[in-house]
Design a binder for this molecule. Sequence first.
Ligand SMILES: Nc1ncnc2c1ncn2[C@@H]1O[C@H](COP(=O)(O)OP(=O)(O)OP(=O)(O)O)[C@@H](O)[C@H]1O
Length: 262
Amino acid sequence: MGSVPLLQVRNTGIQFGGLKAVSNVNMEINQGELIGLIGPNGAGKTTCFNLLTGVYVPTEGSIELDGQKLNGLAPYQVTRKGISRTFQNIRLFNELSVLDNVKVAYHSLAKHSIISSILRLPSHFSDEKEMEEKSIEFLKIFNLDKYKNEAAKNLPYGQQRRLEIARALAAGPRLLLLDEPAAGMNPQETHELMELIAFVRKKFDLTILLIEHDMNLVMGICERIYVLDHGQLIAQGTPEDIRNHPKVIEAYLGEEVTNAHA
Ligand SMILES: Nc1ncnc2c1ncn2[C@@H]1O[C@H](COP(=O)(O)OP(=O)(O)OP(=O)(O)O)[C@@H](O)[C@H]1O
């Protein structure tokens, strides 16, 4: 673990017109941690991800990755700095093959120029071949390699979610943001996904921040949890701290959190 946290968020937020969607958020996430971000509907969780990934520019505070400021960078620049994400509503290229959906991640990072790509120079071909081999490796991890030529839209829902994670990983992030990765999955799929997340975290030495509504899941795998309500952080701590935190129980009206088991 380095002396600087991998992700340092200081007093960050964003205002839309008169609405402070997220305000005064502070987070410190160290290399290798698996952290949960929870909160009731509309609390500001996805907005936080949009701030971290350059989709929104913060109107207050700062965001640093490994000591480098990210404020004002475009999403593709943030990806190059080492943050990639998945979306609450799956965003795949439906008509493209499963393989091409992963290869797209490399194209955004590729060193070869557009000219060499258009002219199909040898450097383009060697990069292309390498991309294909690496993409297939990622598909294998997610057990999707057998569908590599299938259009993404033809995959069952749970596998589309896994493909999105494979694509996010192909960009080589240091910090992976997962927005409700288990949404719409059945318990068996959810269980398998959690094992996969634990596996890829170790294999790629990843730091992970995940938004999830399934409390059993969050409490079961996250080391620490941040809780948002009405755009503000109301609590942070271990799953045990969070489960018993009065403000969290109040925010959820006591239901989900007190019923959760680690
Ligand atoms: N571009 C925008 N313009 C105006 N308001 C926005 C914008 N983006 C988000 N908001 C508002 O910010 C608040 C937080 O929304 P956000 O989607 O981040 O919540 P969430 O915690 O992810 O909710 P859910 O769990 O339902 O996905 C909401 O009130 C939302 O309407």
